[in-house]
Design a protein around this ligand. Structure first.
Ligand SMILES: *Cc1c(COP(=O)(O)O)cnc(C)c1O
Length: 489
């Protein structure tokens, strides 16, 4: 069963099933749903897992959660991992003696969002069909959630998707992945503003009464596919477990020995998955958080302050981490300090743009997390350094090397999450390799990297440049409600 991070308002049910939590992701007082209890995975589970493949381990963990979705549907959902590049959707690649990369980007849209959104999309559409209810999914994207959401829901029954992206805030490849999407049930809208503007616009819509009334008239319910939706988080626990299983299989450590999990973080969904995996029993020594110069998470974890005052969102070469309001932090605050305190902090953030942990609370947080931030120069140098040694990493993944360099205290293996393929951020890649600041188009940069590093551009990326643009609206935030209502009519 699922409970709420800000406590219950006496109007909603105090506990809900998984299917309810994923279809109706916003809880009382604007809170989020979290599992009442986390299942345990013990060493025996991990030992047995070394004989299993990714899909089997996923089904085992889902079974431990005992969610109200039929096993046959879960099986269909995880079979979507068959469309990923390799037999194993998440290869673990060694890049240093004690450093391994968990490559999470081998899905259809070349970023780790596919890991959760592919199976989640299937489940959501199944529940909607079963209820015989149409749903509108609102998604705000800084570049990777959008393509992955559109891909998973394209032509799915009982689902319509409206996807908001910050115009100019994504790469050409990411934008093309969205605006060339064919499904008739999809609407893609560019917003004048940054990602926080897009996410806030989405939150405002989710809370808007007039919008809700219009939807009701048309008998459409609202849902969301951002990582506030626990249906995504549940799938983000699994690849952390699988990384450990891969380390065991490759004889890099023995059963029960600990490792560092390094996560490049924005909205904190990936890191939350690691936190839950640790709580469930995965031998994680600590979760090392890498942020970029939008270092709000680093400040929280090192100083106990979440301070939006005098802060502006800065554009970096890791745009998927250009976030100041990091939604999933709330789930950790709830887990550590309880609903009353969590609600208090979230209200302080809303009203005063600020909250502060006590020393005791900070100590509690630091038992599980350390954090550091990485600027663009460091990230680009890292990209070049590893390219020289024949490993290509994208600018988000590169921020993790700062965490690897600065935060480890013990001599144990580290796994870092690689969250995107280099092809999504080719201009930055070429700047890093050429050590210049020229403004390349994605097309030129893809070719440049391909030639200088002798690597193939995947067909799906090349094909984007030939496709017809089907969504070309860029609008002011105030126009969003109207635009979406027109689409669903
Ligand atoms: C979404 C994303 C991130 C941030 O992940 P969160 O779960 O939001 O913290 C990092 N890198 C890439 C490439 C992403 O797409």
């Amino acid at each position: 069963m699922f409970i709420e991070t800000r406590g219950n308002d006496g109007q909603k049910d105090t506990k809900v099933e998984f299917s309810y939590a994923i279809m109706n992701p916003s809880a009382s007082f604007g809170g989020l749903y979290v599992p009442e209890n986390l299942p345990k995975i013990d060493l025996e589970f991990l030992q047995l897992a070394t004989k299993k493949n990714y899909k089997e381990i996923t089904l085992d963990i889902l079974e431990l959660f005992n969610i109200d979705i039929e096993k046959s549907v879960l099986k269909e959902a995880v079979s979507l991992y068959d469309n990923f590049d390799n037999n194993t959707p998440v290869p673990l690649v060694q890049i240093k003696n004690d450093l391994f990369v968990n490559e999470l980007y081998h899905g259809p849209t070349r970023a780790f969002k596919d890991m959760a959104l592919q199976p989640f999309g299937h489940i959501l559409s199944h529940v909607a069909q079963k209820q015989n209810q149409d749903y509108l999914i609102l998604a705000a994207t800084s570049g990777d959630t959008g393509p992955a959401t559109l891909d998973t829901f394209a032509n799915k029954k009982n689902i319509k998707v409206a996807c908001l992206y910050p115009d100019g805030g994504t790469s050409d490849v990411q934008r093309l992945q969205m605006v060339t999407e064919k499904g008739k049930n999809l609407k893609v809208i560019g917003i004048e503003g940054n990602f926080d503007d897009a996410q806030n616009a989405l939150k405002t819509l989710l809370a808007s009464e007039s919008f809700a009334q219009e939807l009701e008239k048309q008998n459409i319910k609202l849902s969301a596919a951002n990582s506030v939706n626990f249906g995504r988080i549940i799938f983000q626990i699994i690849y952390h477990v699988f990384a450990y299983v891969s380390l065991l299989k490759q004889n890099r450590l023995s059963l029960g020995e600990k490792f560092y999990q390094i996560v490049p973080s924005g909205n904190f969904g990936n890191a939350l998955g690691a936190y839950y995996a640790k709580k469930m029993g995965l031998p994680i020594e600590k979760i090392l958080i890498a942020s970029n110069i939008n270092n709000i998470l680093t400040d929280l974890i090192t100083k106990g302050q979440y301070d939006l005052r005098n802060r502006e969102l800065l554009m970096t070469t890791s745009p998927a981490m250009d976030i100041l309001i990091s939604s999933n932090v709330e789930r950790v605050l709830f887990d550590k300090y309880g609903a009353t305190r969590c609600k208090e902090m979230m209200e302080e953030l809303k009203n005063k743009q600020f909250y502060q942990l006590s020393n005791g609370e900070l100590e509690e947080l630091q038992k599980d997390f350390s954090a550091v931030y990485c600027d663009d120069t460091y990230a680009k140098q890292t990209i070049k350094e590893f390219a020289n040694e024949n490993y290509i990493m994208d600018p988000h993944t590169a921020t993790c090397l700062k965490a690897y360099d600065k935060l480890r205290e013990k001599n144990i293996p580290s796994v870092l999450c690689s969250t995107a393929e280099w092809t999504k951020f080719a201009p930055t890649m070429l700047n890093a390799i050429n050590e210049d600041n020229k403004k390349y188009t994605d097309k030129v940069a893809l070719k440049g990297i391909s030639e200088s590093l002798h690597v193939k551009i995947p067909e799906s990326i090349n094909a984007l440049f030939e496709k017809e643009i089907l969504h070309n609206k860029v609008i002011d935030r105030k126009e969003i409600q109207k635009e979406i209502l027109e689409f669903i009519k």
